[in-house]
Design a protein around this ligand. Sequence first.
Ligand code: FDA
Length: 452
Amino acid sequence: MTDITRDVVIVGAGASGLTAANDLVKAGKTVAVLEARDRVGGRLWTREIDGAMLEIGGQWVSPDQDALIGTLEELGLETYSRYREGDSVYVDAAGALTTFTGEIFPVSAETQREMERLIGVLDELVAEIGIAAPWEHPRAKELDTVSWKAWLEAQTEDQEARDNIGLFIAEAMLTKPSHAISALQAVQMAASAGSFSNLVDSDFILDKRVIGGLQSVPVALAEKLGDDVFLNQPVRRIEHDDDSVTVVADGMTVSAKRVIVAVPPNLYSRIDFQPALPRRQHQMHQHLSLGLVIKVHAVYDRPFWREAGLSGTAFSPYETVHEAYDNTNHADPKGTLVGFVSDETADGLFALSDEERKQRVLTSLSHYYGEQALTPEVYYESDWGTEEWTRGAYAASFDLGGLSRYGADLRTPVGVIHWSCSDLAAEGFQHVDGAIRVGRETAAAIVSDLNA
Ligand code: FDA
């Protein structure tokens, strides 16, 4: 067992923890980052699978993500645009395929009007409620105690409009069924991206990727910290008093003045806090859970869909794969498609054998891109639900009523214990941008506290 002493100990070497650690070092503080896995990056992970470079976790960067873009510039990392030339495809409830351009799916004129009206209503709500403190809005409780599904049902009788608008938040973002999330949580998700219109615009929200993969961010941040990042060190216990903390991992103990717990909130209860956390935190943390999504990668000898004039962008609330994109790597002659299977549909697929699940996914892709989609050279499913140190994807959200009840306390430190991760962010909520923002804010709060 190694014993070391630092000003601040950080639990978790994801984007958030590593950003905080770097900012603390810039401010003259000493740090140790303890990471449970044998790698840094957490939900960012670039792997080579059967010769193909795949981004297993987060990958896209949108133009409003100033904090992430600033970090990319600081680290000298280059980006490239997602391929988006040509037509997108949509499959309706009857299984009919239509091509389209722009954001609004090719539905009947009436459904299109309803979708546009709903987007307008949601844009107004987002502007009114904002992202800083949605729980403070006079309508917070009203919107937080009605499910996203029920809220949509109250807005329109048009089922297809509801299915499509619901998809953008439920399956595509929070990766939970629309009955399991509140309308306020939906508004918060949209507000974190600036507006609901931004969320439905895949050219905005899925704009760029990083050459070499987005995990290059935590890898470069960890390199700057050198020997102060300790891998294979799952933190088991945090002993704390008014002005000091002792963090016990499998192979080492760190004594420090402050600790930043930079892990997703569903994992807090895996750590033995001594003394135990206050009642409010015990309760609040039980109302936060991760969603579930399978990110599917299919690599072909070439991006064959482009030859048919397709961009690769595909949507259907009625398909196993509810959305898919051209995910071809920078300067790669091979063509890669990425698709997503969410929440209860993912549960259903995991009940199948590996081969049956693969066939179900590829068949769904073939509904969008034709028979060639059935025979990729490389096929891989990112399954974050089985990752011990994550347990779901993409991130955590509250159950019904949780955001208005607990939102204000989400990031409140408990004495010397601070919390940092994308799941607690305002702008950039559930995204790497949010992880970086919260990491910076947490480091700044600690520096000002320690220097006081
Ligand atoms: P993160 O979970 O990354 O880091 C926490 C770290 O703590 C992990 O390294 C973990 O191992 C470690 N840890 C946990 N418990 C520990 C313990 N007891 N002791 C020590 N260490 C411990 N975002 C985006 O911006 N664009 C995108 O395209 C996507 N897409 C996407 C796809 C998929 C499949 C996923 C899973 C996620 C995304 N995201 C995304 C979300 C994005 O990846 C995520 O929000 C951030 O990477 C989270 O960074 P954090 O540092 O907050 O947590």
